[in-house]
Design a protein around this ligand. Structure first.
Ligand code: FAD
Ligand code: MG
Length: 349
């Protein structure tokens, strides 16, 4: 009997050693970066994940791109067959049944419209189309055209019925989620990566950046803030973050020049013209990329004073605002994590 007990003990110790060594091999397997990029949502997208299993990393990136395509097919203003396209085509006529997530994002956009007193307005579509900035139809509209379009920019005239039916109350109204849906896509990709067990990743959807976890070496990520006066990739400062998103709205990527004046794609719903209040870049740092996207566009339109007031009133939301005279305004929670690396920029606050 004692012999038998000893045997069992021996085998269990042996089993334990084998299990332990398997676990150890698993742990010491090196993390490697898997990265891929593509063009969607009218911009360059790059996803990088750190994984011990290259194939799994590649599959995760593939699923992420498929998910972004799905969101684009539902929420693009440019596609007549998208859910937003259908709402726009049926403006002033009928309710259109759309998916729950499309309703959610329209409602999130309306939340920011209410919070900013209409500086952010998802019903901006007619004006965006009129200016055509970033398309081959870009031009300065006439005063009459602008006055006419302004009548149809009003988020309060987006109507809902039941859980998922949406209608625009006037035939000339158009929804445009370009100021918020990229952030939503970034949040959805983050969710996919977390579900697949990824612990370290950088999601970059054309400047909408999400950092998942910390870097593989346990330190924070350093995200560069674009210098609005220099070519893409030149940074004026660096922000340290982990498990957060960094989203910038600027005047330096989608614009055209006419008579020495820059006409960019963030439109002030009060004037019908590109927002002009001194801001040339507004960056939001927070947890949700949907919120950061909505807020960065909002702050750009609101201007420094009202914008900063709004950010300081929100919990866990920080911002960096750059004005055309190279002044930099940062929210109070940011001081230690943000560093200017180009001394021609001056901290103002
Ligand atoms: P942000 O500041 O985040 O947003 C600016 C955009 O918000 C403007 O381009 C306009 O769409 C909208 N906007 C302007 N003023 C306001 C305002 N006051 N309130 C609310 N919103 C405002 N680009 C293409 O070139 N081709 C495409 O096929 C295409 N498809 C897209 C599909 C989807 C689902 C999304 C989300 C974007 C797509 N885009 C496309 C890009 C889009 O047109 C915008 O240019 C882009 O989303 C702007 O993002 P941003 O981060 O540069 O600026
Ligand atoms: Mg935005």
């Amino acid at each position: 009997r004692i012999k038998m007990k000893n045997k069992i003990l021996k085998y269990s110790i042996l089993a334990a050693i084998i299990i332990l060594s398997i676990v150890q091999v698993g742990c010491t397997k090196e993390l490697q970066m898997v990265s891929d990029s593509t063009y969607m949502l009218g911009t360059y997208l790059q996803l990088s994940v750190w994984t011990t299993n290259k194939q799994e990393g590649m599959d995760t990136i593939k699923s992420s791109f498929e998910r972004i395509k799905e969101i684009e097919n539902k929420m693009s203003t440019n596609l007549d067959e998208s859910e937003i396209g259908q709402i726009n085509l049926n403006a002033g006529k009928t309710y259109v049944e759309v998916s729950e997530e499309t309703v959610d994002i329209i409602e999130r956009a309306i939340h920011y419209a209410e919070l900013t007193n209409g500086a952010f307005d998802p019903a901006i579509g007619k004006l965006v189309k009129l200016w055509g900035i970033g398309t081959e139809n870009e031009r300065i509209p006439t005063q009459d055209e602008i006055q006419n379009a302004l009548q149809f920019v009003d988020y309060q005239k987006i109507e809902f019925q039941g859980d998922n039916k949406v209608k625009l109350s006037e035939a000339d109204m158009r929804i445009d989620l370009g100021g918020i849906a990229k952030g939503y896509a970034a949040d959805e990709v983050t969710k996919i990566m977390k579900n697949k067990g990824i612990k370290h990743a950088i999601i970059n959807l054309g400047g909408n950046v999400v950092t998942l976890g910390k870097k593989a070496d346990g330190t924070s990520w350093k995200v560069g803030i674009q210098d609005p006066f220099e070519p893409t990739g030149t940074h004026m400062g660096v922000i340290e973050v982990y498990d957060q998103t960094v989203v910038t709205s600027g005047n330096y990527e989608r614009y055209f020049m006419a008579d020495d004046k820059r006409y960019h794609h963030i439109i002030d719903p009060k004037t019908g013209y590109p927002a002009e209040n001194g801001i040339i870049s507004a960056t939001i740092i927070t947890n949700s990329s949907t919120d950061a996207d909505g807020l960065s566009t909002s702050i750009y339109v609101l201007g420094v004073e009202k914008g900063m007031q709004l950010i300081e009133s929100l919990e866990n939301v920080e911002c960096i605002i750059i004005t055309e005279d190279k002044k930099v305004y940062t929210s109070t929670g940011l001081t230690e994590r943000f560093q200017i690396i180009d001394s021609s920029f001056q901290i103002e606050n």
